[in-house]
Design a protein around this ligand. Structure first.
Ligand code: GDP
Ligand code: MG
Length: 597
């Protein structure tokens, strides 16, 4: 295809502003799908994506559009992941495009996620076309939103396109704006092949499918290719594009977006941001911008029923086929038995994997408190990375502990600002900036990641009744006064409950945990102390009082079937009990204690 007739663009939007609905309309209008095939939200094809209204994997679709100038254009629409956890994937998707539609809800206005994505889009030199969506809503204030786009983002919104993606208003105008305003890609067909690996996923029939943007040269079916960073070589057996149904092609040339398969089984060979070139007469240098993605949030995943361990291993391995960004290794816990220590890109990523294991693989799971990776600078000069509080070395051997920090941008209506600032302060935040635009505040904070992974996002949302939005990126590690807090039941530490906390927060968190456990652990015939301790020092304590008399006596004398039932129930209960120095703790108590975050 003539480069002048190609347009590559993505759609950026805050969650729920109508990105998927608009994408579906564009597909429908250009004939990619018949009305009958047009089920809701074609691009978000995973259940969890649909339910949460976010895109987890980048998807792309090629549209043929006959514009009002009489020419037929090849439009490549790239749907980008919609969450901060996947910021690097977003950056690669944006790097594959020359422009973006900025979709803003006419009733909600500009939100934090909009801002974060727009700034990235601007960094990639995109031509940005503002689209003010949901103009059909009674609460729509398109003119106010237009002014907001100009004031807050600094974009010219005088020719923003007004749409209702839901009712199909303004769709032709969007297509014309894409053709007229977004520049065609540049690229040299005759140059050595340079194709950026934008995304990849595992398909049971095709193997690993790789989404690429060809920057220079031509990527042909039958070519022997090499991943410049990954280092492996493969034979391209399919080249094609999604319309959104798969269409096979002979080649993808400079400027084009499409997919290839090369009989690859292992997704870890296909790193997002890698450069694909030909083995013969290939490019000399990989394209700029590659980054190694590394999990930042770790937690233990354990089956509630120990017999499910093998099933959990299989299920995790299957999920991993499709997602190279999470890691897992076996872990054993005295409290929870056999399980896996898993690493994720962020909390949402954790929740998605956990949800898929529960839902698709029908597993009942316990998740230990999420933890970040700490850098232990040891007295002997070595540095250790701690993924699990249970593995904390002897504090006497540690010189300093460093923890990861983030810079967060919070965007919130004025009325909630006070409580949001307090929340940040409580989480050891350092305020860097505070500005006001049109009834909203934008607060920039530096925060320890550790204070954010617990329940920061939920708190933020509940304090602001859902109006605050939040976006962050990591800014490196800093030394912190961090300690390992153990929880002891009947004087024995419970490994699954230990956590690394800042000394200033230890007492409050310890007290909270003890109170919680006191309610959760059933009474015994003797007193049970529950303690939170740092090293040998107890910082919080609760006591479960002894039972007055043998309440099991109540069961005697009942009718026989009832007794049998009770006995069976007890037997089942026993399986799930763990003993702590003659104290039996129902597994539910651990689960509940861990759920509090
Ligand atoms: P995304 O999260 O940005 O992909 O947003 P969706 O496309 O999933 O849309 C979120 C919700 O807004 C859905 O319930 C849509 O039906 C609704 N929606 C999208 N566009 C419009 C519109 O133009 N008008 C109205 N009233 N609702 C819309
Ligand atoms: Mg969506």
């Amino acid at each position: 295809t003539d480069l002048a007739l190609i347009r590559n663009f993505s759609i950026i939007a805050h969650i729920d502003h109508g990105k998927s609905t608009l994408a579906d309309r564009l597909i429908q209008r250009t004939g990619g799908l018949t009305d009958r095939e047009m089920t809701a939200q074609v691009l978000d094809n995973m259940d969890i994506e649909k339910e949460r209204g976010i895109t987890i994997k980048a998807q792309t679709v090629r549209l043929d559009y006959k514009a009002s100038d009489g020419q037929t254009y090849e439009l490549n629409l790239m749907d980008t992941p919609g969450h901060v956890d996947f910021a690097y994937e977003v950056s690669r998707s944006l790097a594959a495009c020359e422009g973006a539609l900025l979709v803003v809800d006419a009733a909600q206005g500009v939100e934090a996620q909009t801002l974060a994505n727009v700034y990235q889009s601007i960094e990639h030199d995109h031509e940005i076309v503002p689209v003010i969506n949901k103009i059909d809503l009674p609460a729509a204030e398109p003119e106010k939103v237009r002014a907001e786009i100009e004031d807050v983002i600094g974009l010219d919104a005088s020719d923003a396109v007004m749409t209702s993606a839901k009712s199909g208003i303004g769709i032709d105008e969007v297509l014309e704006a894409i053709v007229r305003r977004i520049p065609p890609p540049k690229g040299d067909r005759a140059a050595p092949l340079e194709a950026m690996l934008v995304d990849s996923w595992y398909d049971p029939y095709l193997g690993v499918v790789i989404l690429v943007r060809v920057v220079n040269g031509v990527l042909r079916k039958g070519a022997q290719i090499k991943f410049m960073i990954g280092g492996t070589e493969h034979l391209v057996d399919r080249v094609g594009c999604m319309r959104p149904k798969i269409e096979q092609l002979d080649e993808l040339a400079a400027g084009e977006i499409g997919f290839i398969t090369a009989q690859i089984k292992d997704i870890t060979e296909t790193r997002v941001g890698d450069t694909i070139t030909t083995v013969k007469n290939g490019a000399a240098q990989p394209l700029p911008g590659f980054k190694e993605v590394q999990p930042v949030v770790f937690c233990g995943l354990f089956p509630v029923d120990a017999a499910d361990f093998e099933k959990l291993r299989e299920s995790i391995s299957k999920l991993r086929l499709n997602d190279a960004s999470f890691s897992f290794e076996m872990e054993t816990s005295a409290a929870l038995g056999f399980g896996f220590r898993c690493g994720f890109l962020g909390l949402l990523h954790l929740e998605i994997i956990q949800e898929r294991l529960t839902r698709e693989y029908d597993l009942d799971l316990i998740t230990t408190a999420p933890s970040v990776v700490y850098e232990m600078h040891m007295r002997d000069g070595t540095v250790r990375h701690l993924h699990n509080p249970a593995d904390m070395p002897d504090p006497n051997h540690i010189e300093t502990i460093e923890e990861p920090w983030i810079e967060a941008v919070i965007y919130v209506p004025d009325e909630y600002l006070g409580s949001i600032l307090k929340l940040c302060q409580d989480r050891r935040g350092i305020q860097k900036n505070l500005t006001y635009v049109g009834g909203r505040a934008q607060a920039t904070y530096e925060l320890p990641l550790n204070e954010v992974v617990f329940d920061f996002y939920d708190r933020l949302k509940s304090i602001s009744r859902g109006y605050a939005s939040f976006d962050y990126h990591q800014i490196g590690t800093r030394e912190g006064d961090l300690v390992k807090m153990s929880i002891l039941v009947n004087n024995e530490p419970v490994d699954a409950l230990s956590m690394i906390v800042h000394r200033s927060a230890a007492e409050a968190r310890g007290r909270h945990m003890c109170e919680r456990l006191k309610d959760l652990i059933p009474r015994h015939l003797f007193k049970i102390p529950i303690q939170a301790a740092i090293g040998g020092k107890v910082i919080a304590r609760e006591t479960i009082a002894a039972m007055r008399k043998d309440v099991t006596a109540k069961c005697y004398g009942g009718d026989i079937t009832r007794k049998k039932k009770l006995l069976e129930k007890q037997k089942e209960g026993k399986k799930r009990m763990r003993e702590y120095g003659s104290v039996q703790i129902p597994q539910e108590a651990f689960i509940a204690a861990l759920r509090m975050g």
